[in-house]
Structure formats: C-alpha cells, structure tokens
Write a protein that binds this ligand. Structure first.
Ligand SMILES: N[C@@H](CCC[C@H](NC(=O)CCC(=O)O)C(=O)O)C(=O)O
Length: 398
C-alpha cells in the first residue's frame, strides 16, 4: 500500500450487488485523503446507522493503518467494538483528543450522497453529511496531513452516539480503557458551522402515562379512554414556551417535545393506557436530577418515568486550553443546543469544545447537507492549529 495520502492505492473493483470488502472501502477513502469534501461524500456512502457501524469502523481502521505507515507520525491504534482510537506518541507536553462519532440517525432516502448547489453554494447532500461524516473527514484528512504536530494527538472514532446514553461507544471506552481518552483538551467534530460551539444542553427522555378503563367501544360510556386523557399532556406541551438560559455568556435555548405516543388495544376497545414519550433538552445550569424534578412538576399529577438521560456541559471557554483554540480558530463561540460528548470530557475534567463543518440546523433532517467550503475551511483550520507550520493540501479542482 502506498504511504502517501496523495498517491494512494487504487480502489478495488466491487461486483454489482456485492458488499465491498473492508480493504475496498478503506482504499476508496484513502484515495480521497487529500480532499475532505470528496472524503465526506465517500464516508456518507458507507451507511452507518447506530448499531450498524462495523463496516465503517473497519474502513476507518484501515485508513488509520495507512496513515500510520506514511510520512507523518506513527499511530498507536486500538479498537474496542466499533470504536477506533489512534494516538501519536511524540512525547509532547500536551495532548489534544479529537473525537467524532461514526453513526448516524436512520436514512431517509438520502444515501448515497450527492453533490448539489444550494443558493449558489456547493454542498454534499445526504444522511450524515453534517452530523457528522464531514467532521470525520476533517479528522482523517488532518491526521493524514500532519507531519510534526506541536502537541500529541489522539484521534477517536466511535459508535452509538445518536442513541441511549448507556450504548455510547465513548462511554464504553471510558469504562474499559480510560487511558485511551487521556488528554489536556478535547475537540468534538460535531456540526458547528466550522466555528466553535461551547458546552451542550443536557437531554432527558421520559414516559408520561395516563390510565383508563377498558370497555367495548360501542358502549364507550362504560369505560374511561386513556388516549383522550393524554390530551391534557399534549395541550401542556403545545402551549409551553421553553426558556432560553444564559450560561457563562452563551445562550442555551431549551426544548420540551413529545417525540412518541403509544396506546390502543384493538379497533373496537376503549384503551386503558396511553404513553407519551417526551424529550427535554435542558440548559447546562441544571443537572439531570433538576430536569427530572422540573418535569415531574410540569406534568403532575400524571406520573413520569425516566428512560434515558445525559447531563449537559457548561461551556468552560475560560479554560486556557479552550482559549488557545478559540484564538487560533477565531469567531464568536455559540452554545451547542444538541447533546454531545463534550459533556463526557467535561465530566472527566478535560476541557472540550464542539468544532466541525455543517450547520446543526440540518442535523437529523431529511435535507441534511454540509457546505463544501466549510468542510475545507474547518479541515484547514484544524491542521493550522495542530501544526502551524503546515498548510492544508490544495483542494483538487472540482
Ligand atoms: N444519549 C443522547 C444522545 C443524543 C446525541 C445527539 N447529538 C447531536 O445530534 C449533536 C448534533 C448537534 O446538535 O449539533 C442529540 O442531541 O440528539 C440521546 O439519546 O438523546
């Protein structure tokens, strides 16, 4: 295999209908290591909905082995499930951890990726484009371009970020190999318009349940309809205006939404139970326990049951490591409204920020896309931060 990202091995041919081998996937990615935009599209073309990341993790592990064998620093590469970690061992005084998740929310007829022009700007359109295959492309292209970084770097690519907190690959690694996450500062390549988003909102998912009495629907007056009772829950949600909370100078907009509802026994039975699934995104001035107490009061007297929760993170932008990154990248930091693993690093005592191409406003949407210019600028900025003496490889003409 060639050791130069600019002179990669040719991608292997795959028979129509057959699954490409890990080597063929890796070779297609290696071909694009000097072009983060093309690499974003190729990463999107390897589907990786949460729980199904193995094929992409295999390919990324192959790419990292290729990079390690090249002209840049050697990488210590480790794997735990579908999380791949690659670390330089240059003996520098500081270590930067740069992490991105491999999984996406479910596909909505938006894979394979397409190049489109939107309002005059070139974009990569497809599931995962902004959340966060463009961030993963930024990581891999920067890893390939590094020669002698000023700080040691740990690259992390992990599984199961978009689902219940207990499945999160980074959480698993924090339990099984905490030493892999060690560092002085962490950057999460989540979409942030190629600028910095500080901290993150917390998230809690609950079930709010109403009860009734089953009956024949031809004699509904003999029962109590639990679905009708749920109207009270839905009305409270529809009429609620969520708060915007300023934390350490950044504005965290909260959300309180029904994200599911189930109930019903049969087409001729009055239902005796109805469950509304509610997701509350709470500002990082609150703990998950505060959020639960808030919801219990909001929905009383209906009982609530917590099914999943993850604490938010305060921005922590006054920490020296974060300050140095903000100075290098420029721009005015914003608040991260989604939940990200910045919270996990903050809980581990490692200051962390979100920095990646793409607008979070398109994350999880059917029209998910990422502007090509942001993929290029974020990759160039990250390389400049890690190795000021180097500039990004010139983007190929498109
Ligand atoms: N355990 C959490 C995980 C949800 C993570 C997800 N994160 C993002 O979408 C980050 C992108 C962004 O907002 O910029 C989320 O916030 O839903 C859960 O299940 O809720």
């Amino acid at each position: 295999m060639s050791s130069d990202p600019h002179d990669p091995a040719p991608a292997a041919e795959t028979a129509p209908g057959a699954h490409p081998t890990p080597d063929a996937d890796a070779a297609r990615l290696i071909e694009a290591l000097a072009d983060p935009v093309e690499l974003t599209a190729r990463l999107c073309d390897i589907p990786s909905v949460s729980g199904d990341e193995a094929r992409l993790a295999d390919a990324v592990a192959g790419v990292l082995a290729h990079i390690s064998a090249g002209p840049g620093p050697d990488l210590d590469i480790h794997r735990d499930g579908d999380t791949v970690v690659a670390a330089t061992r240059l003996g520098r005084g500081e270590r930067i951890v740069i992490a991105g998740h491999l999984d996406t929310v479910p596909i909505e007829d938006n894979v394979p990726a397409e190049r489109r022009t939107l309002d005059g700007a070139e974009v990569i359109w497809g599931r995962g484009a902004c959340d966060m295959k463009a961030g993963v492309a930024m990581q891999l292209c920067t890893a390939a371009a590094l020669r002698s970084p000023e700080r040691d770097v740990t690259w992390i690519f992990y599984d199961h970020e978009e689902v219940e907190a207990e499945l999160n690959g980074l959480g698993r690694v924090a339990r099984s190999h905490p030493e892999w996450l060690a560092g002085d500062f962490a950057i999460l390549g989540e979409p942030s318009n190629a600028g910095i988003e500080g901290g993150c909102n917390g998230t809690i998912r609950i079930e709010v349940t109403t009860e009734g009495v089953r009956a024949h629907s031809a004699r509904a007056f003999t029962g109590v309809n639990a679905i009708h009772r749920a109207a009270d829950i839905l009305t409270r949600l529809a009429e609620h205006t969520p708060d915007t909370v300023t934390v350490d100078g950044l504005e965290y907009r909260e959300s309180l939404s029904a994200v599911g509802i189930h109930g019903g026994v049969a087409g001729n039975v009055i239902p005796d139970a109805c469950t509304v699934v509610v997701n509350y995104r709470f500002a990082p001035d609150k703990s998950a326990a505060d959020a639960e107490a808030h919801l219990a009061a909001f929905f009383a007297p209906h009982p609530i049951r917590v099914t999943d929760s993850a604490e938010g993170a305060r921005p922590g932008l006054d920490q020296p490591a974060a300050r140095a990154f903000i100075d290098a990248i420029g721009g005015e930091p914003q608040a991260k409204l989604g939940w990200t693993d910045v919270a996990r690093f903050s809980a581990l005592g490692i200051p962390a920020v979100n920095f990646g191409p793409g607008s979070p406003l398109f994350a999880h949407k059917a029209d998910e896309h990422v502007p090509c210019a942001e993929v290029e600028s974020a990759s160039a900025d990250l390389l400049r931060f890690l190795e000021p003496a180097r500039s990004a490889p010139e983007a190929p003409a498109r």
